[in-house]
Design a binder for this molecule. Structure first.
Ligand SMILES: Cc1cc2nc3c(=O)[nH]c(=O)nc-3n(C[C@H](O)[C@H](O)[C@H](O)COP(=O)(O)O)c2cc1C
Length: 315
């Protein structure tokens, strides 16, 4: 899958409680990236009684291809079983999260904590690869835990001969508090070239839109660019379109309707309300409208608030 993408390709970053199937379908309407990722899904939860609580993270529709399932956890055997299931589910790739900087996650020895447990990291990659058979296995990581360790850690990951390696240009300690170190991401590209590998290098951190992604690819030589929070600034960031106020409001209603249709009462509508600020901004009266929309408990309530505000502004 990775080898046949146009270059530089774009990816919508995995974001927990954001990039679910509903959001990916909405982003597709606004301007589709070349690849989608699911939110991270815990393999230990998936292979236990808690399965029902996490399986919704792997839900997707046909229009979301190519789509990569992102997984994390601690038990190689669970990676193996999950990878086999992901093949059956029709995913185009499997990504292992080795970057999450959450304290509890690090304490449990998962994700970026694997930087200090290469034996387990190698077992996880191997188990996933065995289960994935022909599907490509990739890793998403950061450039270090407490200090920058790009050559050591990313060099080691490259030696695992992955389909792709996504590098978020910050250490776990830096969270998202400093600008991403794109020069470090550039070093990973050079390492890959020195090692004469085919692994695709994907850069991630602070990229605003497709135009910015193309610029980063040109400067740092990455094959692809992943955009996370840039999508909150402009949902149309993969098409470089600047939406009008009406387009924004129309898309918010579509999003809320699809959200309700897909999740019904299985998720709380408060999760949907979190998206309001991504749509309602940039014009006089936006913050008042936002405040009203934050009280809505359904798509039809949102619609009513928006149509009332239209009547008020045209008076
Ligand atoms: C709300 C939120 C949830 C996230 N969830 C995940 C996740 O499930 N898996 C993952 O690999 N990264 C996750 N990330 C990190 C992003 O994928 C990305 O690496 C990070 O936001 C930096 O990229 P950006 O500067 O373009 O946002 C999350 C980030 C945010 C803001």
């Amino acid at each position: 899958m990775w080898q046949i993408l146009p270059k530089p390709f774009t990816i919508l970053a995995p974001m927990e409680e954001v990039t679910d199937t509903v959001f990916r379908q909405i982003v597709t309407r606004a301007g589709k990236p070349d690849v989608f990722f699911t939110e991270f899904c815990n393999v230990d939860g998936l292979q236990s009684k808690g399965r029902e609580k996490v399986i919704h993270r792997l839900q997707y529709t046909k229009g979301e291809h190519p789509i990569v399932a992102q997984i994390w956890g601690n038990t190689p055997e669970h990676y193996y079983t999950t990878a086999k299931e992901l093949v059956e589910m029709g995913f185009d790739g499997i990504d292992i999260n080795m970057g999450c900087p959450e304290k509890d996650v690090i304490k449990s020895g998962s994700c970026i904590a694997l930087i200090n447990n290469r034996t387990l990291a190698a077992e996880i990659i191997d188990a996933t690869r065995r289960g994935a058979r022909k599907l490509p296995v990739s890793v998403k990581t950061r450039i270090g835990l407490n200090t920058i360790a790009t050559e050591d850690w990313c060099g080691w990951l490259l030696s695992q001969n992955l389909g792709a390696l996504t590098v978020h240009g910050r250490t776990a300690k830096e969270q998202s508090m400093v600008p991403a170190h794109w020069d470090e991401i550039g070093k990973v590209v050079k390492l890959r070239d020195q090692m004469k590998l085919k692994t695709m290098i994907i850069g991630n951190g602070d990229v605003r839109d497709k135009h910015d992604a193309e610029e980063k690819a040109l400067i740092y030589g990455v094959d692809g660019v992943m955009i996370g929070r840039g999508i909150f600034e402009n949902l149309w960031c993969f098409s470089n379109h600047q939406p009008t106020k009406d387009e924004r409001l129309h898309m918010l209603i579509e999003h809320a309707r699809l959200w309700e249709k897909t999740w019904g009462s299985t998720k709380h509508f408060a999760i949907m309300r979190k998206f309001v600020k991504a749509y309602v901004k940039g014009w006089d009266g936006a913050s008042e409208l936002r405040a009203k929309l934050m009280t809505a408990n359904s798509a039809s309530e949102m619609e009513k608030i928006i149509s009332t505000s239209h009547v008020e502004t045209s008076k």
